[in-house]
Design a protein around this ligand. Structure first.
Ligand SMILES: Nc1ncnc2c1ncn2[C@@H]1O[C@H](COP(=O)(O)OP(=O)(O)OP(=O)(O)O)[C@@H](O)[C@H]1O
Ligand SMILES: [Mg+2]
Length: 181
């Protein structure tokens, strides 16, 4: 078996909250159906903040806020289809892509527990899956994905690196900067 190619790395240095939010909104505008986005970083690094900004960039309404779930592990955001589609991650929907926000912090990492939650319906579903503490997925982590690493570089500064694991993000970002001239 040949090893998969090394993922391309793209680095950013948002030096305050607003800059990280702007990056999140920018990524949210570039998402595609079936995307899996893994958010890595220590407690308080800004994973939930990044998810909120992505939701904004995806055009999800502000009145269905992305929160840091105290008990919940999976939060579904169906935007304008909220009532129709709740709890049906594989259902067809029009226009607006749903966001599935997974915060796996409280999971031990047992595969059975994840499978019982129906995790695969989200990972291989019809929306965009954004995952905090993605290493809890172990072997279940999809091969095709965007890995985001958020590190502290000061009180409000962060370093954010994107690793594109064959999900076309490098091309998407390149196309975006060309179209912006
Ligand atoms: N540049 C920055 N980027 C992101 N968050 C920042 C920045 N500067 C300050 N903050 C603050 O840091 C906190 C980040 O909290 P957040 O809940 O997003 O972290 P998290 O990575 O999701 O943590 P957890 O692992 O507990 O889920 C927020 O209170 C936010 O206002
Ligand atoms: Mg969080």
């Amino acid at each position: 078996m040949t090893a998969p190619p090394e993922p391309q790395v793209i680095d950013f240095s948002p030096n305050d909250l607003a800059a990280l939010q702007a990056l999140g909104r920018r990524l949210g505008k570039l998402v595609a159906r079936g995307d899996v986005i893994c958010l890595n970083g220590p407690l308080g690094a800004g994973k939930t903040t990044m998810t909120q900004a992505m939701a904004q960039g995806m055009g999800l309404p502000a009145d269905q806020p992305v929160t840091s779930p105290t008990y919940g592990i999976i939060h579904e955001h169906w935007g304008k289809h909220q009532e129709e589609y709740r709890g049906a991650p594989r259902r067809e929907h029009q226009g607006q892509l749903p966001l599935f926000h997974l915060d796996l912090y409280r999971l031990g990492g047992a595969e059975e527990e994840l499978l019982e939650l129906g995790i695969e319906d989200y990972l291989y579903g019809d929306g965009v899956c954004v995952i905090e503490w993605p290493d809890r997925l172990g072997q279940l982590k999809p091969a095709v994905r965007l890995e985001v690493e958020i590190e502290f570089s000061g009180p409000t500064g962060r370093r954010v690196s994107l690793r594109d694991h064959a999900a076309g993000w490098t091309a998407r970002l390149a196309r975006e900067s060309i179209s912006q001239g």
